[in-house]
Design a protein around this ligand. Sequence first.
Ligand code: HEC
Length: 99
Amino acid sequence: MTETGIAYSYAVAVLCALIALPVAAQDPRRGQELYELHCLTCHYERIHNRDPSRSLVRSFTQLRVEVANRAALTEQRFTVEDLDDLAEYLNRTHYRFRK
Ligand code: HEC
């Protein structure tokens, strides 16, 4: 194998590990704790029950983006795992988008 070939295989392996990890690590119970700690200051979870036509999010991807945007409004610095857990929690309890 050429040097570029080896480097390429390595990059693919690292990418696969990066993609696989967060999926396996999503923890909705942690997401709930984070939500209760940092999100209830502005709104109850009721906001996530509003009629889908009035909701800001239409897909899991949008939900994940919205979670990240809202998280930026808080004092807390969230990790990528925190945001994944929060989105997973809200999706399981309210939105139920297919991923
Ligand atoms: C600074 C206040 C504030 C904080 C803190 C906040 N939010 Fe919100 N969030 C809002 C407001 C205001 C809306 C509604 C916007 C609207 O009605 O258009 C909203 C709406 C949302 C929505 C979209 C609801 C829908 O279905 O349309 C999501 C998802 C959301 N917030 C997630 C979170 C999460 C997760 C956190 C904690 C990390 C959080 N928010 C913290 C103010 C906040």
